[in-house]
Design a protein around this ligand. Structure first.
Ligand code: ZN
Length: 271
């Protein structure tokens, strides 16, 4: 008889509608630990703000960033993996390519100056600002199938980034065949001297940012990672803030307002 590997899981207790409580390793709804330090930040580059949205914990998000515009992603609660896919907005058959990106730059990490290349080798976006040492594009995205293999059958119904991507892709006329290897903003995947990989405690913090400039019109899809079985989200999924700026436009005032009125995306979207 096969043995199911049971990983150590963080158990969270949630109140239920009937007044009781339920203990679960799966994050339920757009919640994060009470007392979490949040820093909503601001755009990394100056210019006219053309879009400014918050992404709830566990939820998917997407937008088209116009050529020349810069998307800043704010890690509002710190150590929150923002899994990310990029497509040529005019021809989504051309999409982000991990091997093209890494081979062209001859380095395994994504940092300021990294050109994020397509399956045709062309630049889709360029990293123009980065407030953590290195960003990952090797660790891949979580999904219910890989979660089941890695952590046991009890996580079968814990939706992952692939499920988020699929929900968001369906709104853009894309499907499962369009989900390719991805970027993991703010996830720490060190490449050791012998080539070994890890997914370990993050090096980000509340308010840390990365900024990417579109080199053509780019469809950006993000999964605000719901993973609770490894440390990629510090076992506390937190929000993201997405700010798109036109650097050629008049500067908008910094805006660090509380998020309550701005949330545009909820975990229900990902159901
Ligand atoms: Zn994930």
């Amino acid at each position: 008889m096969a043995t199911i590997h049971q990983a150590e899981n963080t158990v969270i207790t949630y109140p239920t509608a009937s007044g009781g409580t339920v203990a679960s390793t799966v994050p339920v709804g757009a919640v994060y630990a009470e007392g979490s330090a949040l820093d909503w930040g601001a755009s990394l580059v100056e210019g006219a703000v053309v879009q400014d949205e918050n992404v709830a914990p566990n939820a998917p998000w997407s937008t088209v960033v116009t050529e020349g515009h810069v998307l800043t992603i704010v890690d509002v609660g710190g150590n929150q993996s923002a899994d990310c896919l990029l497509y040529n907005a005019d021809d989504p058959e051309e999409r982000y390519s991990v091997p093209d990106t890494l081979a062209w730059q001859g380095n395994a990490y994504v940092r300021t100056g990294t050109v994020l290349r397509s399956s045709e080798g062309r630049p889709l976006m360029t990293v123009v600002g980065n407030e953590i040492d290195r960003q990952d594009t090797i660790g891949g995205a979580c999904g219910k199938e890989s979660n089941t293999l890695r952590y046991g059958h009890h996580v079968m119904f814990h939706h992952g980034c692939r499920e988020n991507f699929l929900a968001e892709a369906s709104r853009r006329g894309l499907g499962v065949r369009d989900l390719v290897s991805n970027l993991n903003w703010f996830m720490n995947v060190p490449v050791e001297a012998d080539g070994a990989l890890g997914i370990v405690d993050g090096m980000s913090a509340p308010g840390r940012r990365v900024a990417v400039r579109a080199e053509t019109d780019v469809l950006v899809m993000v999964s605000n990672c719901p993973q609770m079985n490894n440390p990629c989200n510090d076992f506390n999924p937190t929000p993201l803030r997405m700010i798109v700026v036109d650097p050629c436009g008049p500067a908008s005032p910094d805006d660090a307002r509380p998020p309550s009125a701005q949330d545009t995306s909820t975990p229900e979207d990902a159901a």
